[in-house]
Ligand binder design. Structure first.
Ligand code: HEM
Length: 450
């Protein structure tokens, strides 16, 4: 237990409203708030309504919360709205229960297993590109990518083809995520039993997704659990060591819903920002194309090619630095703690923002500049894992990080071999910082055949 008499109290962010604290800035202009917070000191306090919160600008802050004393920092109420959609899956569960579920699912993400999906990813990507060949109008890139990554997750984790359903599933998920998001950021939300149109639509959409998930479980039971070796079978095979019982259908549903949610949107958004960045930085696009042409010589990429395309990886990394798909997440302190000489009071909400840290001028030279060279092996040497952490870090690090990286390392060259993209003129590109860092409007791209 830290001795709070000798510890420093974190300085307060400026200009709190007497009642609302920093709610307006935090809720209405969150990206600006976190950018400005870089000037508030190593660790700073702010208030959202009556909730005392802390943010930090030093790697030590993140290391303490996510790794060293992670047991003290739970996800807490911040994640309650997400539970309306995900229940108690891997993203939202806590403690021993979370650990047990994580251990069951970890083998499904083993590197070799992931690599066995490379051909499927390339095939699904090629189907999307074939459809692009037949178009003579601009595409909404984000929609196309949501569709593709959802299909990929369906095949990889559940051996199911979502492609026929992906529009309906994707729309329902988009609405559900926006609904949940509003409830995370609203200080007051209507109770879920109220018959408001939004709440009813949310319930209808979740029911529709649930029905698909339960149908998937039923189908697997009919085919036999041993018929496949994917995450779905792994979860269905699991038996509790003490009771010998399997996972309940509800728990299965929660884990599957979590994977569908966490496994596709993040990757799609990341890919979208990569292609956006390439439209803005022609010299990067040219260098990337040169690498792809010289390594692949016209072949479709395979998993072994990815190791020979370091610049492709660097472009992906740099994009996730400036546009981290999961740009903020939170924790709550269970007990008093000390971080870097500062007092952290029990019950304080902690905001963790890769978006801010990735733009921190103490850690990054010319941080707003898009420059994949920063991720060259020489320049990456010695960089703190808490200066760059698009997949988080510590025990609750993203389980799908390797999968997402491989998917992007295959899809970026595959797509660039066939098309170059240009933004449709006169459209506004504006961030929509929901749970993930979306684009506020569909990102419209003209396709130019390579
Ligand atoms: C570019 C793509 C991705 C990014 C940037 C990303 C980022 C993250 C981050 C930051 C977290 C921690 C969130 C928190 O602590 O609240 C997380 C957790 C998680 N991610 Fe990802 N993710 C990506 C792709 C994936 C994929 C492809 C999957 C699955 C197929 C996945 C499944 C999960 C799960 C299940 C968790 C919860 C892990 C746990 O708490 O044990 N993610 N991800």
């Amino acid at each position: 237990m830290p001795d709070n008499t000798t510890l420093k109290i974190p300085p307060r962010a400026p200009n709190p409203h007497w009642l609302l604290g920093h709610s307006v800035a935090f809720l209405k202009f969150p990206l600006e708030f976190f950018r400005e917070s870089l000037g508030y000191g190593d660790i700073y306090g702010y208030r959202v309504g009556h909730l005392p919160s802390l943010g930090g600008n030093i790697p030590e802050f993140y290391r303490r919360v996510l790794q060293e004393n992670a047991k003290n920092y739970v996800k807490g109420e911040y994640y309650n709205p997400l539970k309306l959609l995900l229940g108690q899956g891997l993203v939202t569960s806590e403690g021993d229960f979370w650990l047990k579920q994580r251990r069951i699912q970890q083998p499904a993400f083993h590197r070799q297993r992931m690599e066995s999906f490379a051909d499927m990813i390339v095939q699904e990507g090629a189907k999307m590109l074939d459809a692009w060949e037949r178009r003579d109008t601009a595409i909404a890139l984000d929609d196309e990518l949501f569709h593709l990554t959802l299909t990929v997750v369906g095949h990889a984790l559940f051996s199911v083809d979502f492609s026929g359903d992906s529009q309906q599933l994707g729309d329902a998920l988009t609405f559900a995520v926006e609904f949940v998001n509003k409830r995370i950021y609203n200080v007051v939300s209507a109770p879920m039993f109220m018959p408001l149109p939004e709440i009813q639509r949310f319930k209808r959409d979740v029911k529709m997704i649930d029905e698909k998930i339960f149908a998937m479980i039923e189908q697997r039971k009919r085919e036999g659990i041993e018929s496949k070796q994917d995450l779905l079978s792994m979860l269905m095979e699991m038996r509790d060591e003490d009771t010998g019982e399997g996972m309940s259908e509800q728990q299965l549903r929660d884990e599957l819903m979590t994977m569908i949610f966490a496994g596709h949107e993040t990757t799609a958004i990341s890919l979208m920002w990569i292609f956006y960045a390439l439209t803005q930085h022609k010299e990067v696009a040219e260098k990337l194309n040169n690498e792809i042409t010289s390594v692949l010589q016209g072949r479709t990429p395979t998993v072994s090619d990815t190791a020979n395309m370091p610049y492709t990886k660097q472009v992906i990394q740099e994009t996730m630095r400036l546009y981290p798909p999961v740009w903020i997440y939170g924790r709550k302190a269970l007990e008093d703690d000390e971080i870097a000489g500062y007092y952290v009071k029990k019950g304080t909400y902690i905001t963790l923002s890769p978006y801010a840290m990735h733009r921190n001028p103490d850690l990054w030279e010319n941080p707003e500049h898009f420059n994949p060279e920063r991720f060259s092996p020489e320049r990456s040497k010695g960089r703190s894992p808490y200066a760059y952490f698009p997949f988080s870090n510590g025990q609750r690090k993203c389980i799908g990080d390797g999968f997402a990286m491989m998917e992007m390392q295959l899809l970026v060259p595959l797509m660039l071999q066939r098309f170059r993209m240009e933004l449709v003129p006169n459209q506004q590109i504006v961030f929509n910082p929901l749970i993930t860092l979306r684009s506020k409007f569909p990102m419209m791209m003209n396709l130019i055949k390579q």
